[in-house]
Design a protein around this ligand. Sequence first.
Ligand code: E4P
Length: 220
Amino acid sequence: MELYLDTADVAAVKRLARIFPLSGVTTNPSIVAQGGQPVWQVLPQLQEALGGQGTLFAQVMGRTAEQMVSEARQLHQRVPGIVVKVPVTAEGLAAIKCLKQEGIPTLGTAVYGAAQGLLAALAGAEYVAPYVNRVDAQGGDGLQMVRELQSLLKLHAPQAKVLAASFKTPRQALDCLLAGCEAITLPLDVAQQFLSAPAVEAAVVKFEQDWKQAFGSTDL
Ligand code: E4P
């Protein structure tokens, strides 16, 4: 499977790349804006934070297919190996088709429905990113959307992968993996929550206490 961090926080990527088996980093315009650094500055820093390995994802801002394609070409030229995120609108689908012909890899983003995601895959996107928590927050069923999308891609567009996105809890992410998603991207707080159960630290402290009581120190 592929595990990504959904962030533009360079220091956090550096810290977590030591701990997690990261496949790379995904960003979106809101995430980059939050970091305050222009995308052209932050992308090389993220690459360095990953130790020069791993895939970066950055999104186009244009609203027409022509603008999206032109921005995707720039991203592809300046950041080798980048996967270009394209919102799955009507124009976005036209852009994905064109970028596929040019050999520029894409991820169809802002996916709120299984059929929408399937269209991105059929247009040639390498990845499709369903927004799990945002669908849940609208009163929908994010996991069900992911399950349907998984099945649709398997049947009709097996070259495309679901990269499940938009999580607020580790449970949502875990459920997507159990549903068969090959890739997920985690915001920093959710990534940290995987390791932050208080019971884990309490268990380690108790081992130390028992050892120290018997042998006078915590040395092995
Ligand atoms: C993925 O493509 C999106 O950028 C991201 O995961 C959205 O997450 P959010 O709903 O937490 O903003």
